[in-house]
Design a protein around this ligand. Sequence first.
Ligand SMILES: Cc1cc2nc3c(=O)[nH]c(=O)nc-3n(C[C@H](O)[C@H](O)[C@H](O)COP(=O)(O)OP(=O)(O)OC[C@H]3O[C@@H](n4cnc5c(N)ncnc54)[C@H](O)[C@@H]3O)c2cc1C
Length: 499
Amino acid sequence: MNRRKFIRRSTAAAVTASLYSSRSIAAALQALLQVTSDVDAITGDGANTVLEKAAVQELSDSLRGNLLVTGSDGYDIARRVLNKSIDKYPALIVQPTGVADIQSAVTFARERNLLLAVKCGGHSFSGKSTCDGGMQIDLSSFRNVRVDTGNKTAYVSGGSLLGEIDHECMAHGLVTTAGTVSHTGVGGLTLGGGFGRVARRFGLALDNLTGVDIVTADGRLRHASADENPDLYWGVRGGGGNFGIVTSFEFALHEMQRDVIGGNVIWPLSDARDVLKFYADYCAAATDDLYLDFVLFSPPANAEPVALIHACYCGPASKADTVLAPLNNFGSPLVNQIKTIDYVEMQRSGDDSDPRTGGQYLKSGFTDGISDELVDALAEGFEPHPDRSTISFFQQSGGAIGRVPSDATAFAQRWASHSVFTTVSWEPGVDRDPHVSYVRKYWNEVEPGTRGFYTNEVADESQQTINSNYEGNFKKLLGVKQEYDPGNLFRLNANIRSG
Ligand SMILES: Cc1cc2nc3c(=O)[nH]c(=O)nc-3n(C[C@H](O)[C@H](O)[C@H](O)COP(=O)(O)OP(=O)(O)OC[C@H]3O[C@@H](n4cnc5c(N)ncnc54)[C@H](O)[C@@H]3O)c2cc1C
């Protein structure tokens, strides 16, 4: 045991002996895990293995952060992800507070060929950031954003959430692309893409990534940028978590006014077909500073289902009326909530009302335009149900995203006009099977109008489907994977593998 841990442990013991208790002392004691037995675990290949008590204790003692096992305080929060139907129990959870802890954890996992999950915001729909029997590296204690206003760059720690970037950057009148729900993780969102309200103007989150610090499978900390390890820099911009754990993201920032203009315009579900056709045409004509979502939304408990368009205009205020006139004048909406709003507030506006906090199931794809056949399939098959929330969602792409060549980064789907998905969510205790079956059946009708799927929404696709989804970038990605993670330690993702 090192000196620092010894002092902390002795102090904690003394404090306990004095029967003095407080939350912070409980937390300090928690950090000092006493491993009492060997730990059963699972390897990346699914085999059983046993982690010796002494080795686990040594790992714990080497960390500044926490090592948690079943029964530890905080274990149940850490193992969970946003999708409550994912209920997995890692053998070990490491909560690093810095790069050295991440290096120790990665080395420990690689040496024992452990199944390894990496969690940032925990928003992976299919629960790739937790696992049964392996090690989870939970980055939630590793959050920070530093803004360098001089060179307009944000340095973001690997476990940070999107809202932290928006908050810190906008304080200086600066912005970079982030997704539309502020508690989503920077890690998962950026490495696979990163659509958001300003992406058509400034590119995907990954297009703004000028460099990363990353701990690769060999436990080394590397920098990757256009000048250093350029192959790795290329790969992390679209290859997801396949190559290592990003400890620091460097984002290019852009000047932008705080006030944007936008919000929801909402129609009854019976207008869905007309609204979606209007949406398709309006999107096709949109300038880069206009971003548009389309949503079919049916809340549970027989509440009224609706069709809505969400808009965010981030261009000059003097042009807003003209740009938004087609939307403001279309049809007979139930309500029009378009207004001038602080950008950071808008970025948080979906946080509380996001219904995807129960169990959930999702199918996703990309579209190149929205054909009449796709409109029909989406409108006809959309079925409200009292036991679930049902959403079909178009997120607009194009603009600056589409002007990047498809082989410039590992993200291939530059051709897409939209990312589209259908998801259902249900409260704990509700039988998931009928709702999952519904999405699969509905998606069978919708899928012919789509192509590929968003890497960040990978679920249970076959290896062949995952590989072909990287399109022309797959071969190069396989080479980068073989160089930096030959043993496929980082496999819980849209995994790059021959086969
Ligand atoms: C409510 C909600 C809203 C969303 N909105 C958007 C949106 O507007 N735009 C958009 O593009 N997508 C959006 N998504 C999808 C989102 O991009 C993915 O769910 C993404 O995986 C979330 O990242 P996370 O860090 O929260 O996920 P996690 O579940 O924590 O991680 C997912 C995967 O990312 C990898 N990973 C995470 N952090 C790191 C790291 N530091 N280093 C290496 N690998 C890492 C790991 O492989 C991990 O398995 C949304 C999802 C949800 C649930």
